[in-house]
Design a protein around this ligand. Structure first.
Ligand SMILES: Cc1cc2nc3c(=O)[nH]c(=O)nc-3n(C[C@H](O)[C@H](O)[C@H](O)COP(=O)(O)OP(=O)(O)OC[C@H]3O[C@@H](n4cnc5c(N)ncnc54)[C@H](O)[C@@H]3O)c2cc1C
Length: 393
């Protein structure tokens, strides 16, 4: 009546496939389910189609979790160099774009093909378009009902990812199973997501839509210095996506539009050097023209710099070096790269990713309360947590 497997994995994304390969390599009889037709869609669309598959600078401090130490064990067991070894074994050419971020030279499809080949070599059975309708635990084994068949396994790995980009397969499944087995969930929120604005700031963003520049974007003591992009909805670009993982609704973020320059000191100096200069022309030297014009207008700075008080120059300097803006929200899961929160790590063994309350039940990847910074960290968490579960399942 039951189809019996050693290990069943639900979710054939980065983490699920990695765990399947590793468990299969240990000689376990592995079945891997996904409800979609196409496997590895998030990998395919990642990194602009070239998949930023890891980062040379992997470190636990690049991850967000209620319990930051949880991450250390999985990263120690399988790190970026282990994944690079796998990439090299398959002759996939890659390059460092910036800040240690590694991308395929050619296409993200190479990563998917590599993982599927490894699955085949490890004798993993992959079932696509499979809807799991029920999971029960009986005598320390798990019974899974899927597409009107019944399966039995010793180890069940939940790897169904987070909530971002629902149109390519994201679901609440992993969180629902965690709740069913009485595991605590840390509140989930979209992260690595563009921030939205209303009224004056929104109008300004619309006017500047398409313009990008390097900026330091900060919230409390956390800051990121990377590109920032004005869009017709608000602000995006790496520095804004990064801060979105920390920002809390109702608060301001601070933006330094000219990170390399103390604007007030610069303006004081310009005033001494050439008092007849027009203020907007001075700001044009530092910022893109459209942005400079809006800022000068906003502060009320026009005419010769000699005619402007130091108080006004200070205000102008602050508007550029410490612009305070209050987002009204984010673009949500539709465009978020990841989900913050998830299965509480206190419920899991950091060594194996297995549930402490329910031996044999594992949670890995994005469904767990571990969220990486932008730059390959989220895939590395998927590889590392998947690898670990594959050793113990
Ligand atoms: C646009 C975009 C770009 C990104 N770029 C990068 C990048 O360049 N670098 C990086 O590190 N991270 C990137 N990320 C984040 C990264 O893709 C995820 O963190 C990573 O894929 C998480 O892996 P996972 O295996 O946990 O989940 P997923 O990859 O989401 O896989 C989950 C799998 O579970 C399946 N599933 C869901 N529900 C069910 C169900 N009920 N039954 C059966 N199967 C189910 C899904 O179909 C999916 O195949 C990006 C994300 C997005 C959205």
């Amino acid at each position: 009546m039951f189809k019996k497997y050693d290990v069943i994995i639900i979710g054939a994304g980065a983490a699920g496939i990695m765990s399947a390969i590793e468990a299969g390599k240990r000689g376990r009889k592995v079945l891997l389910f996904d409800h979609t037709k196409k496997i590895g869609e998030k990998i395919r669309i990642s990194g602009g189609g070239r998949c930023n598959f890891t980062n040379l600078n992997i470190h636990p401090n690049k991850f967000i979790s209620k319990n930051p130490k949880f991450i250390i064990s999985a990263l120690n067991q399988y790190n970026q160099h282990d994944f690079i070894k796998l990439i090299n074994k398959h002759n996939i050419k890659f390059h460092e774009k910036k800040l240690g971020q590694l991308f395929c030279d050619d296409s993200a499809q190479q990563i998917i093909d590599m993982l599927l080949l490894e699955c085949q070599n490890a004798k993993v059975i992959l079932k696509k378009e499979t809807i799991v309708s029920n999971i029960e635990k009986k005598d320390n084994q798990y019974i899974i009902e899927a597409n009107s068949d019944k399966y039995l396994c010793d180890s069940l790995i939940i790897a169904t990812g987070g909530l971002s980009v629902p149109k390519i397969g994201a679901s609440t499944f992993g969180y629902d199973i965690a709740k069913k087995f009485n595991l605590n969930i840390i509140e989930t929120l979209p992260a690595l997501v563009p921030l939205t604005f209303s009224e004056k700031i929104l109008e300004m963003c619309k006017e500047l839509s398409g313009l990008s520049l390097d900026a330091i974007v900060s919230y409390n003591k956390i800051f990121f210095e990377e590109g920032m992009l004005f869009t017709h909805r608000g602000l995006s670009g790496p520095s804004v996506l990064q801060i979105s993982s920390y920002w809390k609704l109702g608060n301001d973020i601070k933006i330094n539009l000219s990170p390399k320059l103390d604007m007030f000191k610069f303006l004081e100096n310009e005033k001494k050097l050439d008092p007849k200069q027009d203020i907007s022309k001075i700001i044009f030297k530092i910022l893109p023209k459209r942005l400079a014009s809006i800022i000068c207008k906003e502060v009320g700075a026009s005419g010769n710099i000699s005619e402007l008080s130091n108080k006004l120059l200070n205000k102008l300097g602050n508007q550029i070096n410490a612009w305070l803006v209050k987002p009204v929200g984010s673009e949500g899961y539709r465009t978020a790269e990841v989900t913050l929160g998830g299965v509480d790590t206190n419920e899991l063994s950091s060594k194996s990713m297995m549930s402490i309350k329910h031996p044999g039940l594992f949670f890995i990847g994005e469904v767990v309360d571990v969220t990486g910074h932008l730059g390959g960290y989220n895939f590395q968490w998927a590889w590392s947590s998947g690898f670990v579960a594959g050793q113990y399942a």
